[in-house]
Design a protein. Structure first.
Length: 395
């Protein structure tokens, strides 16, 4: 690809922007979404050091005059759908990364829709007009550089990186802009005197491999030279559907953990049925007080999306680790279902026994769709927090 024809579009501070859009009193003010843990922060709050996933108490200490609002996942989901409708109107090739960002390939659209920069300007204008949200767009020849460009252009900006200026732009940036460079990798690079992408690019691949390991070293060497052959491709269907809940450092009774697990399975099974998927493999994920993790899985003979069937398996996996949990403590529990297939009718196995669990699940789903998720729930979950159900892209 010789021209810069990949757009990376990213809604600015998505949850907080939706709140500011819907409540004029919040505009221009620091906004924090979520009380216990920061789910999103407006740029006015970020200026005080508030960051996503930060503890609510820490966030309020950094920005005591911030307005803290509860999350409204249905509003965010509807806003995301509206933004994606704008994406689809711009180009037929859209690769969704999350509910608030996507890659758009505008190759071959110059005669029909104008240059990539003109399309990006129109995209930003249409998202603002039709959805009422600010969106930043980066334009480049590769997916990697388009995403970097949008990050540099935030908030509410547009940045075009022409092919003949790629390395000049990229090499001046700090190493933290490279994909895969988190706190640990950045610290390791700083220890050997590497602070900019240009300094990383000047290293040989072998030298980077010796510092970071084979996979990370090779990846960073390629990205530092803007080598990214990946094409923009519409998202494939998920290979697994899961949910997790952080429990904190407080010791939880087996009954409390069991209730949290039930809430997670209920959420996962509901998402599976909404996507018309069934699955065979149930995976339990645990994180302990010492930050070590454990994963346990069981594969069923027949795929299912029944809440009770999936919960029975997950509960059995959890019970098998009771002694380990008692000894090491538990700070996070998660469950996922994989080996997914469509729920199209299949030949029933013999002996056939009619069961009504699916009918009950579907009836509950319909009630929740019409009256809200809290309209009906299991008695054991009343008054219990099983985590926030984050909105996701359609499967």
């Amino acid at each position: 690809m010789d021209q810069a024809e990949i757009l990376h579009a990213d809604i600015d501070a998505f949850y907080a922007s939706v709140e500011q859009r819907d409540d004029r009193r919040l505009r221009g003010r620091p906004v924090i979404v979520g009380a216990g843990v920061v789910l999103a922060a407006s740029y006015e709050a970020k200026a005080f050091g508030v960051r996503t996933a930060m503890g609510g108490r820490t966030a309020r200490r950094l920005c005591p005059h911030a307005v803290v609002v509860p999350p409204r996942m249905s509003a965010y989901s509807e806003a995301s759908k509206a933004v994606y409708r704008v994406f689809d109107d711009m180009t037929p090739v859209v690769e969704g990364l999350s509910i608030d960002e996507a890659f758009l390939d505008v190759r071959g659209m110059r005669r029909l829709a104008g240059s990539p920069a003109e399309i990006a300007v129109r995209l930003r204008r249409e998202v603002r007009r039709r959805v009422g949200l600010p969106i930043t767009v980066g334009i480049a020849r590769t997916k990697f550089l388009a995403k970097v460009a949008s990050a540099v252009a935030k908030p509410d900006g547009l940045l075009f990186v022409p092919p003949d200026r790629e390395l000049t732009f990229l090499h001046a940036l700090p190493v933290e802009r490279l994909w895969g460079v988190g706190d640990v990798t950045a610290r390791r690079l700083h220890e050997v005197g590497l602070t900019t992408v240009g300094e990383v690019a000047a290293m040989s691949e072998g030298a980077l491999v010796s510092i970071l390991g084979r996979a990370a070293g090779r990846q960073l060497h390629a990205l530092a030279h803007n080598r990214d052959p990946r094409r923009v491709a519409p998202r494939r269907r998920r290979r697994s559907i899961g949910a997790q809940c952080a429990l904190g450092r407080r010791r939880r009774s087996p009954a409390e953990v069991d209730a949290v697990l039930l809430g997670l399975v209920d959420r996962v099974a509901r998402r599976m049925r909404a996507a018309h998927r069934i699955g065979r493999t149930v995976t339990l994920r645990l994180r302990f007080d010492d930050f070590t993790r454990a994963t346990r899985a069981l594969t069923l003979n027949e795929p299912t999306a029944e809440t009770q069937a999936l919960f029975d398996v997950a509960r059995g996996l959890l019970a098998a680790e009771a002694r380990l949990i008692e000894r090491r403590g538990l700070t996070l529990v998660g469950v996922a279902v994989s080996n997914l297939a469509d729920d199209t009718p299949v030949q029933l196995p013999l002996p056939y026994e009619r069961r009504s669990e699916v009918e009950l699940d579907v009836a509950i789903d319909e009630i929740r769709t019409r009256f809200g998720l809290d309209a009906i729930k299991r008695a054991v979950l009343l008054g219990r927090d099983t985590g926030v159900a984050m909105p996701l892209l359609p499967d």
